[in-house]
Ligand binder design. Structure first.
Ligand code: NDP
Length: 415
């Protein structure tokens, strides 16, 4: 390379990024542990001071949280279940790590001055702390899609008012974030999210009726927490992602589409007015989008797997089957309806998935519970979009109560 083209210090532009303090909400989960892998790698690669940690949080996993704190030295750790605080304090005796507990402490963790907050709690439990981070203008690396599905408008306003940034961690949205030309949105014809199709992509409805939780959480391409694994198996995950894309990128519902791509190598396709279709490819490894979010607006070295197309050999694409995967149809309807529908959809789905994992209802019961719950809320379409957290939480609680009634009835019938 010619002399003048070699930058004097290839890493110098990364210094402000590597100096960011990071809080991980949900550090013991699949996304949380992958984020720590990326940070561990960055410390080996760029030096031990990369990404100093402000706070790590978990719900009940004291052992892993304590081990993470001893290795990675956050200023504070929070355990959501307050009953676990003594065990956590004992496990961290002799360290200078502060120990807090309870739901309010999760919010406090998000309020502490970390420039970057990784939102990796599963479900609506992550809503309040993630919103705190958005309100104070933090860069929020957003894995928790349930937050934006349940409270899209609340998040949009919080980030706009604080001039904060929401960087998607979901692989499809991370891909879209890189592919979308925000300077000429009028030229964007369509955003297509890919779906692996999950473990039951080719199964008949009859066969799916007998699916067990163990089968549903065994995803062919991704290693993830139990809830999102079940969502991937029902394709509700892709439906939630359509709503997430609508909230994050302001895309009209009819410009959002889904295509099934079993290999999970292409994550998103953006079609432009001139006929160009831009695609984002990477190995199915969440450490790639996590690295992108942590390093944004630059790119950092990552321990993510490298894509080998010759080894992959071929890629396939097919339309989703809305008959065999009714959760995708329900989510699409809620996307079109807007208003209160996405909040109800999300709450009902969380209850239904939990009931399935506890073997109270069957796999096909998940869509039925969600549909029954949506049907009992009259005038969903006329329901105003919730614009503050209290309204979201009230609606979320009401939808959970209805969905719980239906799961109770379904479980009673099955007994
Ligand atoms: P996991 O179930 O693996 O981890 C969830 C994390 O949240 C754990 O740290 C858990 O703590 C904590 N947690 C659970 N319940 C609560 C609660 N009530 N209050 C506070 N903390 C709680 O989930 P994933 O990492 O798979 O997913 C996290 C989020 O990221 C989800 O919203 C998911 O949809 C999204 N996502 C995940 C992807 C993946 O590949 N895993 C891909 C794209 C998005 P503890 O360990 O103590 O239970």
């Amino acid at each position: 390379m010619r002399d003048g083209l070699i930058p004097p210090n290839p890493g110098i532009h990364l210094l402000p990024v590597l100096g960011r303090h990071v809080t991980i909400l949900g550090s013991t989960g699949s996304i949380g542990t992958s984020t720590l892998e990326v940070i561990r790698f960055a410390r080996e690669h760029y030096g031990p001071n990369a990404f100093p940690l402000q706070a790590l949080t978990a719900q009940r996993n004291v052992e892993l949280l304590a081990a993470q704190a001893r290795e990675m030295h956050p200023a504070v750790v929070v355990i959501g279940d307050a009953a676990m605080k003594p065990a956590l304090a004992a496990a961290l005796a002799g360290t200078d790590v502060e120990v807090l507990a309870g739901p309010d402490a999760l919010i406090e963790a998000a309020q502490r001055p970390a420039e970057m907050v990784v939102s990796a709690i599963v479900g609506a439990a992550g809503l309040a702390p993630t919103l705190e981070a958005a309100k104070r203008g933090a860069i929020v690396a957003l894995a928790n899609k349930e937050c934006v599905v349940a409270a899209g408008e609340v998040f949009r306003r919080a980030a706009a008012d604080s001039r904060g940034v929401l960087i998607p961690v979901d692989s499809e949205h991370s891909a879209a974030f890189q592919l979308l030309d925000f300077a000429q949105t009028q030229a964007i014809e369509k955003v297509t999210l890919t779906a692996s199709g999950g473990p039951f992509r080719t199964w008949s409805l009859e066969r799916m009726a007998a699916v067990t939780p163990e089968q549903a959480v065994r995803h062919p391409n991704w290693s993830m927490g139990a809830k999102i694994s079940v969502d991937s198996a029902t394709l509700m995950n892709k439906g939630l992602e359509l709503i997430e894309a609508h909230v994050l990128f302001g895309m009209a519902p009819d410009k959002l589409d889904v295509i099934v791509h079993a290999q999970s190598v292409v994550h998103c396709l953006v079609s432009y007015a001139d006929g160009s279709v831009l695609a984002h490819l990477s190995a199915p490894d969440m450490k790639t989008p996590i690295s992108l979010a942590l390093g944004w607006p630059h790119r950092i070295a990552s321990p993510a797997r490298v894509l080998n197309l010759a080894e992959l050999g071929h890629m396939t694409f097919e339309s989703p089957d809305y008959e065999r995967f009714p959760c995708l149809r329900l989510a699409r309807t809620c996307l079109q309806l807007g208003g209160t529908a996405p909040t109800i959809l999300n709450a009902a789905n969380e209850i239904a998935v939990d009931s399935f994992l506890k073997r109270r209802i069957g796999f096909l019961g998940i869509a039925k519970i969600v549909e029954q719950t949506l049907n009992t809320f009259e005038r969903i379409n006329n329901g105003c979009t919730p614009t503050n957290l209290d309204d979201v939480l009230e609606l979320d609680a009401a939808a959970r109560a209805r969905a719980s009634e239906f799961t109770g009835q379904a479980a009673g019938r099955a007994a």
